[in-house]
Design a protein around this ligand. Structure first.
Ligand code: NAD
Ligand code: UDP
Ligand code: UDP
Length: 343
């Protein structure tokens, strides 16, 4: 034992990415719920590098410790295993509330839990923010517009959502989350921010995420068939994750309290998208059409005038560049997965 203790004393200290030094006036203590997930972990990187103290609360439902493991042990960082459906008592000055499954297969797997997370969970986070007088940003979604009959979608559009369909647990959950946020803001005089996030992709998406970007890239990398659901004429607009993170931070730091769309307005049909990915990855995959999914929104593209006007924000990363980075990430993941002792 003594030998072990001595070897621990002499261990090479873990090196962390260099963080900026902030004095006590500018450094904030920030909670990121869902911070071990895809978007949350990139946000955590940005806030940590800026020199803030960051607390992540996550139940690891779809997130992974490995997404934030490079910060574990850092004096500015704390990771709490916590389900936000339960109350949380900590002391922070700002809250980014991202905890919620986001991909359709994940949120449909346990729809009741998805609703609880977005209602009870959001109430707890708003209660926490109220007690602390903390500024709170809620991650909402373009899904509040449902299968939209206005195109592109401005924030003033009220949406077209089926309240009892398979996507309702998420869409209506997020709509209630927004309603709660504005009810608290009005009643309790709180500072709130609401980001309506459109389809986002990038490294650290889950291998089994089931969303179109990860599916198509993994299928193309493994020479499997690329599965287009339905006709493939439905459209989406894809934003790279670093653009979203910039937008979230800009929104939090702004004075703008109404919902803001954060997304890339470059729109593609899913057929076009399948071809773009196949061309980028190479390989011999065939593009096939399988049955359509129920209530699949047919068109989606953000109107980002608000974000441009009030946040001076617009996406910068070109689709091809973002996709190349994501393909590289999935190549590494596939290697890691193949060589994992658990397989
Ligand atoms: P993700 O699934 O990778 O991350 C969500 C994180 O929340 C995970 O770490 C998960 O473990 C955690 N979580 C889920 N339920 C929880 C609970 N009850 N308690 C504590 N933690 C919980 O998804 P993401 O893509 O990073 O999405 C993050 C947020 O952004 C979500 O709120 C999502 O609705 C929103 N959003 C994402 C997109 C997108 O395209 N990625 C689009 C619109 C909105
Ligand atoms: N809450 C929390 N942390 C806090 C303060 C409140 O998790 O620091 C939870 C609390 O459990 C409550 C919810 O947030 O259920 C809403 O709080 P609020 O103060 O609005 O309502 P109340 O306590 O009156 O129900
Ligand atoms: N999609 C597809 N093949 C897949 C996964 C998704 O054709 O393997 C389609 C899906 O039907 C939808 C679009 O791609 O029209 C985007 O789906 P995703 O699940 O990524 O996100 P959504 O925007 O629907 O939440």
């Amino acid at each position: 034992l003594e030998e072990k203790i001595i070897s621990l004393e002499g261990r090479v200290p873990k090196t962390y990415p260099d963080v900026q030094f902030l004095n006590y006036l500018t450094r904030k203590r920030i909670l990121v719920t869902g911070g071990a997930g895809f978007v949350g972990s990139h946000l955590v990187d940005k806030l940590m590098l800026q020199g803030h103290e960051v607390i992540v609360a996550d139940n690891f439902y779809t997130g992974r410790k490995s997404n934030v493991e490079h910060w574990v042990g850092h004096e500015n960082f704390e990771l709490i295993h916590h389900d936000i459906v339960n109350p949380l008592y900590i002391e922070v000055e700002e809250i980014y509330h991202l905890a919620s499954p986001a991909s359709p297969p994940h949120y449909m797997q346990n729809p009741v839990k998805t609703i609880k997370t977005n209602t009870l969970g959001t109430i707890n986070i708003l209660g926490l923010a109220r007690r602390l007088n903390a500024k709170v940003l809620i991650a909402s979604t373009s899904e509040v517009y449902g299968d939209p009959n206005i195109h592109p979608q401005p924030e003033t559009y009220w949406g077209h959502v089926n309240p009892i369909g398979p996507r309702a647990c998420y869409d209506e959950g997020k709509r209630v989350s927004e309603s709660l946020t504005y009810a608290y803001a009005k009643q309790e005089n709180m500072q709130v921010r609401v980001a309506r996030i459109f389809n986002t992709y990038g490294p650290r998406m889950h291998m089994n995420d089931g969303r179109v970007v990860s599916n198509f890239i993994l299928q193309a990398l493994q020479d499997d068939v690329i599965t287009v659901y339905g006709s493939g004429d439905q459209t989406r607009s894809f934003q790279y994750v670093s653009d979203l993170v910039e937008g979230l931070v800009a929104l939090m730091n702004s004075n703008y309290s109404l919902p803001v769309n954060l997304g890339n307005p470059v729109e593609h049909t899913i057929n076009e998208f399948a071809t773009i990915i196949k061309t980028l990855v190479g390989g011999h995959s065939k593009i096939v059409h399988v049955s359509e999914v129920e209530d699949d929104p047919q068109r989606r593209r953000p109107n980002i005038t608000r974000a441009k006007t009030f946040l001076n924000w617009e996406p910068k990363v070109d689709l091809n560049i973002g996709l190349q980075r994501t393909v590289e990430y999935f190549k590494q993941e596939l290697k890691r997965f193949k060589h994992s002792p658990r397989n």
